[in-house]
Design a protein around this ligand. Structure first.
Ligand code: NAP
Length: 267
């Protein structure tokens, strides 16, 4: 990385153990010609120190910037899907950046609009779940075409990189992030003579729009999850979801493909 976009911001959950490491990272980065900044808005590179959960927070708290690079640095040698580097080998990362051994990887994100007013992004997924011990009903539209009426616990709409998270726990497919798409999976759908859903995960292309209309039958205050944050339990009528025009850019070593990371994490 030889250009002059070298302002780095470190994002991490404060803990005493990490404090010492952060000072060493800051020194190492400064020695190598990077400038450590205190405000994420001033950064060209946002380095998240922690696991995937921390990376999701780093992206969310810095407003899903598409004009900077996000770098996932894990605290341990354990593999994480959003981390391409580890604290122990942080010097390797600096080296790689200085010697152009890195590539930029682009991760699709989804745009979510709740009742046409509030707009959000998700890097992993949007989840919608009944907040009470009672099924709730959603009319599912694809491009304004009524596709199915869902009755059950809820649904997950995941990005390709989110496909290895919540989506995978409900038997969704793991999707290559080079495919810009979103996957819809069910949480315990009720299937009988009155209610029928596809009963299988389905994947929508980047051009599709998904609309969820929550049936207003009293159970219409679902819990809405945006990655690892809850929007809270609120009255909801309609959620519109589509792939965003924005992407999250991360850096990776040339020999560290997404599928190598999937293998390291799961196999
Ligand atoms: P958490 O509940 O503390 O941990 C969830 C686990 O999922 C952590 O081990 C986390 O990895 C891992 N994870 C997060 N994103 C991942 C991804 N894209 N691919 C593979 N693993 C991933 O919550 P959190 O750490 O803040 O993560 C939030 C995510 O948890 C949500 O976005 C959702 O996908 C997932 N989640 C899963 C379930 C489930 O599977 N039943 C239920 C609720 C939420 P790290 O250890 O590296 O942080």
């Amino acid at each position: 990385m030889t250009d002059n976009r070298r302002n780095v911001f470190f994002f991490y959950k404060k803990d005493h153990e990490l404090d010492g490491h952060i000072s060493s990272l800051e020194k190492l980065a400064t020695d190598q010609g990077f400038q450590v900044v205190k405000r994420a808005e001033d950064a060209h590179i946002i380095a998240s120190i922690g696991g995937d959960g921390t990376f999701l927070q780093a992206v969310r708290k810095t407003n899903f910037r598409d004009d900077c690079l996000y770098v996932g640095v894990s605290k341990t040698e354990n593999s994480h899907l959003y981390c391409d580097f580890s604290l122990e080998h942080f010097d390797k990362m600096i080296d790689a950046m200085n010697t152009e051994q890195i590539e930029v990887r682009k991760y699709p994100i989804i745009d979510v609009s709740v009742d046409s007013t509030n707009q959000f992004h998700c890097l992993n997924e949007l989840s919608i779940r009944s907040s009470i011990i009672k099924t709730f009903v959603i009319d599912v539209y694809i491009d304004d075409f009524h596709f199915e009426t869902f009755r059950g616990d809820g649904m997950i709409i995941s990005t390709p990189t989110g496909s290895t998270a919540y989506n995978k726990s409900v038997n969704g497919a793991v999707v290559d992030p080079m495919l810009p798409c979103m996957q819809v999976t069910e949480l315990a759908s009720l299937n009988n003579n009155s209610y029928r859903t596809l009963g299988a995960p389905f994947i929508l292309s980047s051009d599709r729009k998904l609309t969820l209309k929550v049936v207003q039958d009293g159970n219409d205050h679902p819990i809405i999850g945006l990655d690892n944050e809850a929007l809270g339990t609120k009255h909801v009528k309609q959620i519109d979801i589509g792939l965003s025009g924005k992407v999250i850019k991360t850096v990776k070593l040339k020999d560290n493909s997404y599928w190598e990371k999937v293998k390291r994490r799961f196999l």
